[in-house]
Design a protein around this ligand. Structure first.
Ligand code: ADP
Length: 156
């Protein structure tokens, strides 16, 4: 069984994340979306709220599990018996960081875990949780960047 971990802060989950998830479940038998706890300096949502929103907007995606973790992603992957890390790639500016992370994770996992990248579509490549957060804090309109469940929740 090919299981992949899609780790991130998901604060909040965006259309960009959903695109990668939908594509990921076509490639792997199972994708575990793993919310990294306590990694945000200025969080918008608690880990519990993020998980509830992820549940609400991924209910139609098959072969998906939702989890939360603290610490190293490779350690969580080992616990879950996952041999792949799924990552989205938006732009050349993502590349340096992602390449570095992939190398480190390869090393930490003693080559047991492989990082796989899926490119963002042109429609979603400019979306990031941090941008959405910034717009939210300034009462802007995020409807084009997040699933409707997230939009409705944050409107409140
Ligand atoms: P962000 O980078 O938006 O703050 P995360 O840290 O939660 O979000 O990122 C988790 C994963 O989702 C990473 O692999 C990241 O590259 C990917 N990702 C984030 N936004 C997008 C997007 N718009 N398109 C494709 N992948 C994305």
């Amino acid at each position: 069984m090919k299981t992949a971990i899609f780790a991130g802060s998901f604060d909040p989950i965006t259309n960009g994340h959903i695109e990668i998830l939908k594509k990921g479940v076509k490639i792997f038998d199972k994708v575990i979306i793993a919310v990294a706890g306590n990694s945000e300096k200025k969080p918008l949502l608690s880990v519990e709220e993020r998980i509830e929103l992820i549940k609400a907007c991924t209910k139609n995606i098959q072969n998906l599990e939702i989890g939360a973790f603290e610490g190293l992603t490779v350690e969580y992957a080992k616990v879950k018996n996952a041999h792949f890390l799924l990552r989205g790639l938006r732009s050349i500016s993502d590349f340096d960081y992602e390449f570095q992370m992939a190398q480190i994770n390869e090393d930490l996992s003693e080559s047991e875990i492989e990082t796989c990248f899926i490119p963002a579509s042109t429609q979603n490549m400019y979306i990031s949780s941090s941008m959405v957060k910034e717009i939210c804090f300034n009462n802007g309109n995020i409807s084009n960047y997040v699933p409707k469940e997230v939009f409705e929740y944050l409107k409140k």
